[in-house]
Design a protein around this ligand. Structure first.
Ligand code: F6P
Length: 334
């Protein structure tokens, strides 16, 4: 079957570099004489048949912009048969041959579910700041989010030093510690509390241990003390933890939630380049007849990876990073 029309959408939490991926898909599609339809606001645009034909002019001057020109959304309707049927009907009505979804695990699950109702090719491009997609070393947006976290904590460090304060900084990542661990290492955080090395089991003992380590560090040489913590790790998050440390050990901490600023901003070089490579590869894989795959990059090589396997959440934070923190850095920081 000859391919004439492809469609694309951005879905789930936006990630810096999504626009770079949109641009490269449109450019590659143009190269292969394909028309490109961009659906608005994630899968909602597919269900409601809201789209724009994307020309080269539409993707001029967007490579450096955060967010997504197509808008994004989470779409619970894709969990229903009715929603999936509507989405499939739109693709048939619009004569789409292949659909590219730029997003994370939830978006890829939606894409696989849609495949049961629509026969066209489906391709995923991993874009989430969480970096929790299997089959690719990095997802689009992760590097920028890490840099944003670093910049913010470097600034917090200045005021922490000036006031000799303890900060607990909460980072995003849903249930994965990639952002927290990498930012923590790069900011020389005195403590990194993430899913890989910390849990709330035995809460009192954990609070005691933390309190002892903080006190010990303060008696020694630390004018400032920064704890980074992954969101969803500790019930009540950074704010609750700071209250508990005050209550149980009399330690004053300032909680700071970096939150959505980690999702925004101009993508760093690594994300722009990754997104551009992946966008071109997605279109090339469509031309090669591939279906139900995600474009990944492993050891600097682009690959076509099974979409179904991409969402298994097997990818771990680098073991050497964890070992360095646990066995050497954390001990010397006290
Ligand atoms: O998946 C990206 C992410 O920013 C996570 O880090 C965070 O847990 C979640 O999205 C927040 O989702 P929402 O935008 O729906 O509040």
């Amino acid at each position: 079957m000859s391919i004439q029309k492809i469609a694309l959408l951005t879905s789930g939490g936006d990630a810096p570099g999504m626009n770079a991926a949109i641009r490269s898909i449109v450019l590659a599609a143009h190269h292969y004489h394909l028309s490109t339809l961009g659906f608005h606001s994630g899968y909602n645009g597919l269900i409601d048949d809201e789209s724009t034909e994307l020309s080269l002019g539409d993707v001029n001057g967007i490579i450096h912009r955060g967010g997504t020109i197509l808008k994004s959304a989470r779409c619970p309707a894709m969990l229903t048969e009715e929603g999936l049927k509507k989405a499939a009907a739109t693709l048939i009505k619009e004569n789409v041959d292949a659909l590219i979804v730029i997003g994370g695990d939830g978006s890829f699950s939606g894409l696989l579910a849609l495949s049961k109702y629509w026969q066209g090719q489906v391709i995923g491009i991993p874009a989430t700041i969480d970096n929790d997609i299997d089959g690719t070393d990095f997802s689009i947006g992760f590097s920028t989010a890490v840099n944003t976290g670093i910049e913010a904590i470097d600034k917090i460090r200045d005021t922490a030093e000036a006031f000799e304060r303890i900060f607990i900084v909460e980072l995003m990542g849903r249930h994965s510690g990639h952002i927290t661990f990498n930012v923590g290492i790069a900011c020389a955080a005195e403590q990194i509390l993430s899913f890989e090395n910390f849990s709330q089991v035995d809460e009192k003992a954990k609070l005691n241990q933390l309190a002892n380590e903080i006190k010990h560090a303060q008696q020694n040489r630390h004018a400032s003390y920064i704890i980074v913590i992954a969101e969803n790790l500790w019930q009540g998050g950074a704010v609750k933890l700071s209250e508990q440390l005050k209550e149980y050990a009399g330690i004053e901490c300032t909680a700071c939630i970096l939150g959505y600023m980690q999702r925004g901003g101009s993508p760093v070089a690594k994300d722009r380049i990754l997104a551009t490579k992946m966008g071109v590869a997605a279109v090339q894989n469509i031309m090669a007849g591939k279906n139900q795959i995600m474009i990944g990059e492993q050891n600097n090589q682009l690959i076509a990876f099974s979409l179904a396997l991409a969402i298994k959440h097997q990818k771990k934070v680098s073991e050497s990073l964890i070992a360095a923190q646990e066995n050497i850095l954390a001990l010397t920081a006290q």
